[in-house]
Design a protein around this ligand. Structure first.
Ligand code: AHR
Length: 519
């Protein structure tokens, strides 16, 4: 039992003052006299693709829409996204990127061609959201731009022209075309992805073939005006390091000329089987456990690839990205199959936090991740239904973790810990991370993965810490979620604790994420 005082059940953000619990099952020491790597804020990156209602309706409704908007961007969604301090936004895909021809998405909107989105539902794409709209959104959000160029059906010339169009300050025809279309100054492009899943939807290539293609593209698809975006090679998925090896051995010259990255994709599927993934709601403890156990494979994927990177690139010039990750469930009943719309529950929040804690642990090499996807697709931050909007449990975790952006990680020693065992398999019950933000404030995040059991935790603190305050996110059932009728069922509550004799003792409920500032 958690001793609770000062609880007001009707307030949106309930305030809990929690004090010491007896006997701890997990003991953690924060090693404040050591510093780990800086947690690159880009670990909190987002991804949006021309897929389902991810962009159209989800973000872009057009200036003539009845949904309140500014220049075509819906006000509610943009307002909510600003709270997340989105550091970087990957676009236009995904598989869509390899069928995207940038010239279709510039110029007067009513003159843009209508194309076919062959990857995602075969729907018409009116190209109303194109390069100018993307950069306007990026600037509104204060994010960096990460464009993924078309290797599958595009040409090297087309990619080179797009980069010139975006980045040139010259009087070239392409730069002037951009001006004619309403943008005087070049945009800043911070990342350029060369292809997407080139082992699959991006061309069914072998790693050796892709390596040659990558070199060819990277030679010509260059930004101008002194900009040197990070060049991102499309890596593999799962634990295999074959692609990382092939790229690193095949293109050392390109990576040494320009800071580069190799990006992996990894999706968490409850069943582990893409053809029958499991539902986003209405699941039992078996799928709660298998989802968390599967998501923790991220550790092995990172470890295996970082080992290869360390061997080939001991100076750490080439970063490891995970530019698509998150949960992927069976499509909701009644939804268009190709639109990948799914509900988002406290399980997704726990998945998000477990992955964040892992990314922090490997922050030296893991410099960017992009959850798939920002709105209405897969593990989204936000769901919309025409004019309605709801913030998902995953959104709340991203907001709670904002203090970790660009913070310096602080090592933790887990002195004792509990296991969560289900059907003969075990995973760690508690996951933890700590960091000092830019203002010198120490933060800690704790996750209790267990479906039903709370955990007593004791954190050894520096002597000068007297209290901890922050937010707790939990759910009243395994699939607790927010929907349009009940948008605040899973929201963070404010909590505070008192430290005693250099120790913080607390009980963290089952299925929950806790982020605290220590003072
Ligand atoms: O995020 C949905 C899809 O998943 C992306 O388009 C593709 O890259 C991946 O297979």
């Amino acid at each position: 039992m958690i001793p609770i005082r000062n609880i007001s059940c009707c307030a949106l953000f309930v305030s809990l003052v929690l004090s010491r619990v007896a006997g701890a099952d997990t003991r953690i020491e924060i090693v404040v006299d050591q510093q780990g790597p800086v947690i690159n804020k880009d670990i909190y990156g987002q991804f949006m693709e021309h897929l389902g209602r991810g962009i159209y309706e989800g973000i872009w409704v057009g200036e003539d829409s009845d949904i309140p908007n500014t220049n075509g961007f819906r006000n509610d969604v943009v307002g909510a996204l600003k709270e997340l301090h989105v550091p970087v936004l990957r676009w236009p895909g995904g598989c869509f990127a390899d069928q995207y021809h940038w010239r279709d998405g510039i110029g007067p909107r009513d003159e843009r061609p209508v194309t076919l989105n062959k990857n995602w539902g075969g729907v018409s794409e009116n190209n109303h959201f194109g390069t100018h709209e993307y950069f306007e959104l990026v600037e509104i959000l204060g994010a960096d731009a990460y464009v993924n160029i078309n290797v599958g059906t595009g040409t090297i010339g087309e990619a080179a022209d797009w980069l010139e169009y975006m980045t040139s300050d010259s009087e070239s025809s392409l730069a002037n075309l951009r001006r004619t279309n309403g943008r005087e100054e070049p945009w800043q492009v911070s990342h350029v992805g060369i292809g997407n899943e080139t082992w699959g939807c991006g061309g069914t290539m072998t790693p050796e073939y892709y390596t040659s293609v990558f070199k060819h593209y990277a030679t010509f698809a260059k930004a101008t005006g002194g900009q040197e975006p990070v060049v991102v090679a499309s890596g593999f998925s799962d634990e295999s390091t074959e692609w990382t090896e092939a790229i690193l051995t095949g293109v050392p010259d390109i990576f040494s000329m320009n800071y580069g990255a190799i990006s992996h994709h990894f999706y968490t599927i409850p069943s582990g089987d893409f053809s029958n993934k499991g539902a986003s709601t209405g699941f039992g403890e078996d799928e709660w456990f298998s989802t968390l156990s599967n998501t923790l494979r991220m550790r092995h994927i990172i470890e295996a690839n970082v080992a290869v990177l360390d061997e080939h690139d001991p100076e750490n010039n080439v970063a490891f990205y995970v530019d698509e990750w998150g949960t992927w469930y069976d499509v909701e009943e009644g939804e268009t199959p190709g639109f990948l719309y799914q509900q988002n529950t406290i399980r997704d929040a726990v998945v998000a936090a477990l992955n964040m804690n892992l990314f922090h642990e490997y922050a030296e090499r893991v410099q960017m991740t992009n959850i798939a996807q920002m709105v209405n697709v897969l593990q989204a931050m936000i769901l919309t239904d025409e004019e309605q909007m709801v913030l998902t449990p995953t959104y709340h975790v991203y907001k709670m973790y904002v203090p970790f952006q660009d913070a310096t990680s602080i090592p933790l020693k887990i002195r004792e810990d509990s296991k969560y065992t289900y059907d003969g398999e075990s995973i760690p019950k508690v996951s933890a991370t700590a960091a000092q933000n830019k203002n010198g404030k120490l933060h800690i995040a704790l996750v209790n993965s267990h479906a039903s059991a709370p955990e007593n935790i004791e954190v050894e603190l520096p002597d000068d810490i007297g209290s901890a305050s922050g937010q707790l996110l939990t759910g009243d059932s395994l699939d607790a979620r927010n929907n349009f009728d009940e948008p605040a069922r899973v929201i963070p509550v404010d909590v505070s604790y008192l430290a005693e004799e250099g120790r913080l003792s607390l009980s963290i409920p089952a299925r929950s994420v806790l982020v605290l500032k220590l003072e």
